[in-house]
Design a protein around this ligand. Sequence first.
Ligand SMILES: Cc1ncc(COP(=O)(O)O)c(C=O)c1O
Length: 338
Amino acid sequence: MRIAKNVLRLEAYVPGEQPKCGNVVKLNTNENPYPPSPKAAKILASFDPDRLRRYPDPNFTELREAIARRNGTTADRVFVGNGSDEILSLAAKAFVENDGSIGSLDPSYSLYKTLAAIRDVPWKASRKCSLFLWTNPNAPTGTFAPVEEIAKFAKRFKGVVIVDEAYADFARDNAMRLATAEENKNLIVMRTFSKSYSLAGLRVGYAVGPKDLINALFKVKDSYNVDAIAQAVALAAYKDQGWMKRNAAKIKKTRTFLTKELEKRGWDVPPSEANFVFAKPPEGGPDAKATFEALKERKIFTRYFAGAKTGDRIRITVGTDEQTRILLEAIDAIHKQA
Ligand SMILES: Cc1ncc(COP(=O)(O)O)c(C=O)c1O
């Protein structure tokens, strides 16, 4: 047997489609419709290729220090990864024994199940586990859990809790104050540059938490897990908080508009605090899957997750106002035809 049994059995994670053709309305992977900070773009444009002869800083010192400073903590409580997906994978190595398990909300980010299968441990829709991944706001639902609820749970919990805050910049609150508190022994907050900073293609995420847990992530990572260009561009984007916040504010405004317009058309839309909505079409017309497919025919990409808890809805990333107008026009046409 050349391939490990758990890998043979593994159902690989399926990321959202990245269509090759242009001229599409891409609302399927929760990317930001606005460009990254011009300050980050400038660093990228002026990056000296000669710097690539050398390996990057294995400790991403400047970026770590900037993240620590902004959050009123020290750099030894900060880790940086090749996207937050890498941090999740390192956490599965560092915080889960061979007889352990990984738990999360259900539904939640579908990668978690794959992660457990790769690590060859059970995934559970339960808090009785070794590593609990609490996505807040949750995906694909967009719903938000009060931070106090997470704090209460972490206090009682014996394992490690990672609060996956990929969408925190679109939400009313976040758990960073828990991650930086000295008394916290088992909670990590994880963020990404992929959503609010418009840098999904750069692959940078970070984690903040107790020193010993951060140190454990350092022990299991590849030596040079974040490349030199990624470190430099992410740092410039991070320093330009104003740009990120203005874009997040625009997205939140469009989210409110999109929610109201869908509700006017009879859709059920749970209040979202993320950059997407998880919406259920009205009874009697095309169902979620049919709507998803009809939108795709019109080159409007959304996301459909089959399954008992998710199959009656589509997840729609909040785009620009213009993309939202095109989406709503298409929805009207599809549901009128029926
Ligand atoms: C909840 C959640 N966590 C993590 C990620 C991955 O982010 P990154 O691009 O930083 O790997 C995503 C991406 O969609 C996500 O939805």
